[in-house]
Design a binder for this molecule. Structure first.
Ligand SMILES: [Zn+2]
Length: 566
């Protein structure tokens, strides 16, 4: 600060002191709206609970007791009686692709194999001969009574003539026999590097393929994403009090087209959800390709505003539930006699080169790593990049970090890494038990360990892999209960609901570098908040599974309201 600025600042400070408290109150600003008589979780440094707050010009003007906030009421001020309702800062999903659904067949509501196959059969009846039938990806076999995948032979019974591709989550597809034929996947097709073609007991492909093997299948191009898709996403998320999402490399279509659309929505004032978008580096092995992608995008690290911002580059090193790269083999038969310990989707030397290149270009990296061996690969690369140009303090992340080893924690800490965690275990516990055994499955996403070690931890869902309901994630982290298989790893329960809420509010703001303007209910910050059906801090755990927003506000503007509110 130069001398002149310093003088001006001191003069202003002295002036403010001379105003005196009583005088200041008499002259103080009038709020656009005040919210009184609530139970307001502020997520400030002490996780204080306030009674009331005032909003003006899209920001919080003051937070405090109802009596203190009443003083901001003027002629035009809207007065809202919260009637002891619980208020949270707007919730954020730290790892969100889209809300599920789509134009494929919808398997998300099936609860048994016959139900699922009936849906496929009905689609086959309506299809033209030879037409490819594709499913949406927001389902998982753990939701089915049988807790197993439909295989090629099951699908053949209901769809013998059309190629069928059941897309599941982000890593896996199941093909029927017609689809295996169409893409020439036979007994002789070798599993590609970083991918897997599953074989049945007879040694023939059974229809399940994952990770890089998916590249053998060329699906019909999806219909272009439209503004209406963006509006649908925000409507659905606002109803759960969500006001911010971070898109790790893929939303609905091509990320760059999606980004243009999001920009258009922002510029026309149609956003009611704030977006941070990561560029799709995924499994890129060649640093020159990454450089081209970044340069050709014409985008800059951190460009954007409060509504839409570029966060960095998303990379990936291993598979998901069926391909997470572990230091110890999968349990049998998936361990293939101790030989299968998951997939290396990008070989370590390539990954390191790509990470270094991104760092040299001044960009931030977020990497998907599920197994502990994948975390080793990430740490080696991040450390190599850090040796060239420091990354500590630049908010680099590991996404998921399902399984860690204690000695990795210190390495992560040293790099200042932020961990982005989700509730996959809640949905997919039986699948993880099947692949990794109960002991390892019980350690998946060790939220308590990460918190105890002082990590900045950000919550999310990986929707559509797991449904986007943030209260399910809070419930799961609080109880370690799962949808269909009871408690996994009770020692990882996080008892403090306030700590969990912070993972979806202020911690998110810190991860995206906006803790000065977002993430808590404090004077001067953007007025993003939600009134909820339940008190997250004290409601019985099971109640969280039914929690929703009664009203959601972004920049002080109501973007969602339930009929039960007011
Ligand atoms: Zn993801």
């Amino acid at each position: 600060m130069n001398k002149r600025n310093f003088c001006a600042t001191s003069a202003a400070l002295v002036g403010m002191l001379f105003l005196g408290i009583g005088n200041a109150l008499a002259q103080q600003e009038r709020a656009d709206a005040v919210f009184l008589n609530g139970r307001v979780f502020t997520a400030d440094t002490r996780s204080s609970i306030a009674q009331a707050f005032a909003v003006k010009g899209g920001r919080f003007l003051a937070v405090g007791t109802a009596a203190a906030i009443r003083r901001y009421i003027g002629d035009g001020t809207k007065v809202i009686d919260l009637r002891h309702r619980f208020v949270t800062p707007g919730l954020a999903d730290g790892h969100f692709h889209n809300e599920g659904g789509g134009r494929g067949i919808d398997l998300s509501q099936s609860r048994s194999l016959p139900e699922l196959l009936a849906i496929v059969g009905a689609a086959a009846k309506k299809a033209q001969p030879g037409e490819v039938i594709v499913s949406n990806n927001d389902w998982h076999e753990a939701q089915l009574k049988e807790k197993r995948l439909p295989m090629a032979r099951d699908i053949d019974k209901v769809a013998p003539n059309n190629p069928v591709v059941l897309v599941r989550g982000g890593h896996e597809m199941i093909l029927n026999t017609a689809a295996l034929k169409k893409w020439n996947i036979t007994n002789d097709t070798a599993s590609p590097d970083g991918g897997e073609i599953s074989k049945g007991a007879d040694g023939e492909p059974n229809g399940e393929i994952f990770d890089n093997a998916k590249q053998l299948v060329q699906l019909p191009p999806p219909a272009p994403v439209t503004i209406e898709d963006v509006l649908t996403t925000e409507r659905k998320l606002n109803a759960f009090g969500i006001t911010s999402v971070r898109i790790p490399g893929s939303y609905r279509g091509n990320l760059f087209d999606d980004y243009k659309l999001l920009k258009q929505a922002r510029d026309s004032g149609q956003l009611s959800l704030r977006f941070v978008v990561y560029l799709p580096g995924f499994g890129t092995r060649d640093p020159a390709r990454i450089r081209d992608m970044i340069v050709n995008s014409g985008l800059k690290q951190d460009e954007g505003d409060d509504w839409l911002k570029i966060g960095g580059v998303k990379l990936l090193v291993d598979g998901g539930f069926e391909g997470g790269h572990m230091s110890k083999p999968y349990v049998e038969p998936y361990g293939k006699g101790g030989k299968f310990s998951g997939l290396t989707v990008v070989p370590p030397q390539n990954f390191t080169a790509v990470v270094k290149e991104i760092n040299q270009l001044g960009w931030r990296v977020a990497t998907h790593a599920v197994g502990d061996a994948a975390i080793d690969e990430v740490l080696d690369a991040y450390e190599a990049a850090n040796a060239e140009t420091p990354i500590a303090g630049k908010r680099w992340t590991i996404e998921h970090a399902f399984v860690e080893r204690p000695e990795q924690l210190a390495r992560m800490k040293k790099l200042g890494l932020i961990l982005s965690v989700q509730d996959h275990l809640y949905l997919a516990a039986p699948a993880m038990k099947k692949y990794w055994g109960m002991a390892r499955a019980s350690e998946v996403t060790p939220v308590k360990t990460y918190l105890d070690n002082g990590f900045l931890l950000v919550g999310g869902t990986d929707s559509p892999v797991v449904p986007f309901n943030p209260f399910w994630a809070i419930y799961h982290f609080n109880t370690r209960d799962t949808i269909s298989d009871g408690i996994y790893g009770a020692d990882q329960r996080v008892k403090s609901r306030a700590t969990l809420l912070r993972m979806f509010t202020i911690n998110y703001a810190k991860m995206i570098g906006e803790e000065q303007t977002k993430g808590s209910i404090e004077a001067g910050k953007l007025a993003d908040f939600a009134v909820l059906t339940d008190d997250i801090l004290s409601a019985p755990a099971k109640k969280l599974l039914k929690t929703k927003a009664l009203a959601t506000y972004v920049s002080g503007k109501e973007v969602y309201r339930d009929t039960r509110f007011r």
